[in-house]
Design a binder for this molecule. Structure first.
Ligand code: NAD
Length: 260
């Protein structure tokens, strides 16, 4: 069913976004990659996806902290592929600090990338989806869209906001053939979390392995990281016919974190 559809996945040069891009490419979607990284690595990624899955792959390096760049990303995908059928808003950054010391510039950056970029891309992609009477929007929120943790004011605010945005878009598109849902991962071992594990190891005089176990024990009852492949499979499910009437939902994939 997804064969020949076009998917834009923000922040897909790494981690969860790349996992979702691979899963959608395996369903034979054409892929618009986005995110930062070394040009040679990104080129290899594009060529690898094309040769492995036999789909068309393009890359746009838009910095999603700019509203104009978000709209340009969607326009570029529409021009190259003839439309955007699937939009995965995944790009995200983190900053950890107590609220009264939180640098204003980091607050603005986290809100821009983790929340506002999804508004700008959805705003740009929806008219085409509505015209074609079909679309799938998947927002990668977080367990931190459902519950809070200390020292993550901007991230938690942005992810709660993203879940609110998901619900509004779901209501506004309820009769259009478009669905909009949020995926809420717990801990996934990606570069974003690796940095937090390394900081915890340094602060608490632990090895990186010990700090990783510590991080899991504190929040995630399963004691296991969610994998990018599991999240890719969920995104594929949300894009399929079985999920045609599933909209406005926030789906935790968090080993029980938010059940507590
Ligand atoms: P990651 O650091 O591996 O990947 C982040 C991606 O976003 C990269 O491709 C990066 O280049 C891109 N990006 C960052 N700033 C950007 C910008 N201004 N413009 C365009 N692209 C930008 O991180 P990840 O863990 O894969 O995180 C992906 C998403 O999943 C984020 O929204 C994150 O909040 C969310 N998430 C992650 C976890 C986890 O445990 N890793 C848990 C819950 C939610």
């Amino acid at each position: 069913m997804l064969n020949g559809q076009t998917a834009v996945i923000t922040g897909s040069t790494s981690g969860i976004g790349l996992g979702i891009a691979r899963a959608l490419a395996a369903q034979r979607c054409n892929i618009m990659l986005n995110g930062f990284g070394n040009a040679a690595d990104i080129d290899a990624l594009e060529r690898g996806l094309t040769s492995h899955f036999g789909v068309d792959v393009a890359y746009n390096g838009a910095d999603l902290s700019s509203a104009g760049a978000c709209a340009d990303l969607i326009r570029d995908a529409e021009t190259r592929f003839g439309g955007v059928d699937i939009l995965v808003n995944n790009a995200g950054i983190q900053h950890v600090s107590p609220v009264e010391e939180f640098p204003v510039e980091r607050w603005d950056a986290v809100i821009a990338v983790n929340l506002s970029s999804a508004f700008h891309t959805i705003r740009a992609a929806l008219p085409g989806m509505k015209r074609r009477g079909w679309g799938r929007i998947v927002n990668v929120a977080s367990a931190h869209g459902l519950v809070a943790s200390v020292n993550k004011a901007a991230y938690v605010a942005a992810k709660h906001g993203l879940i609110g945005l998901t619900k509004v878009v779901a209501l506004e598109t309820a009769q259009t053939g478009v669905t909009c849902n949020a995926i809420c991962p717990g801990w996934v071992l990606t570069p974003l979390v690796q940095k937090q594990i390394e900081a915890r190891a340094a602060a608490n005089h632990l090895s990186v392995d010990e700090a990783g176990r510590d991080l899991l024990v504190e929040k995630q009852p399963s004691g296991r990281f969610t994998t990018v492949e599991q999240l890719g499979a969920l995104a594929v499910f949300l894009c399929g016919e079985a999920a045609a009437n599933l909209t406005g939902a926030s789906l935790p994939v968090d080993g029980g974190w938010t059940a507590q």
